[in-house]
Design a protein around this ligand. Structure first.
Ligand SMILES: [Zn+2]
Length: 211
């Protein structure tokens, strides 16, 4: 059986200092870390609070992702894909079921389609020029309605390899929206070809600027 919350906290505190700060993560020593270890310190670890706070959309009647079920760059009867704006990476996409499901609640047919869609979105993002990788994340601590992240990692930017990518994304300036919009439209068209569904009219691609 997993440790109780208080046991888990005591377990962590065993290696913390007098200010409840854990030692720096090994990850901060990686050459892809966005932070120098000099001057860096860990925030004090707060004691557990149970139960966990409710997430956005625990009540489907108040779920933003249900209200936005027709928004995005691509959709079919069960899924929709949207572009996340204001990010630092070249492209960030989010895949949602159109109806209110968390991952653990997905019916088998939708779970199977999620596997296909995830694979195809990754394939289409990675086919974009100057994109090397599409990283996939499902976390779900903030919102109850399943949402799967796809982060495009720019070619050649080797410091952005790996699990720090989402932190680099937050550090980088906003990527040019017109280029991201055009690339998202390419992905949506490719998804129509590979998986069916349709691209939303609102996402007609703007002319791609010369770069
Ligand atoms: Zn919902």
């Amino acid at each position: 059986m997993a440790l109780r919350p208080d046991q888990f906290y005591d377990h962590a505190m065993a290696v913390a200092d007098g200010e409840r700060r854990l030692p720096l993560a090994d990850m901060t020593g990686w050459d892809i870390s966005p932070f120098d270890q000099d001057g860096l310190r860990v925030a004090p670890l707060r004691p557990p609070v149970v139960p966990d706070p409710p997430r956005h959309g625990e009540d489907p009647a108040e779920c933003r992702n249900c209200q936005e079920r027709d928004e995005g760059i691509w959709f079919n009867d069960h899924w929709r894909l949207a572009r996340v704006t204001g990010v630092g990476v070249p492209l960030a996409l989010m895949l949602y079921p159109r109806d209110h499901y968390d991952m653990a609640d997905l019916p088998d047919d939708l779970a199977a389609e999620l596997g296909l869609l995830t694979t195809r979105v990754v394939r289409h993002v990675q086919a974009l020029p100057h994109i090397s990788r599409a990283h996939v994340y499902r976390i779900g601590d903030g919102a109850a309605h399943l949402h799967v992240w796809f982060f495009a990692r720019p070619e050649g930017q080797a410091q952005l390899f790996g699990s720090w990518l989402v932190v680099w994304d937050d550090l980088l300036p906003e990527y040019p929206a017109d280029i991201a919009e055009a690339d998202a439209a390419v992905v949506a068209d490719a998804l129509v070809a590979s998986h069916g569904g349709r691209r939303t009219a609102a996402s007609s691609p703007p002319a791609r600027p010369a770069v």
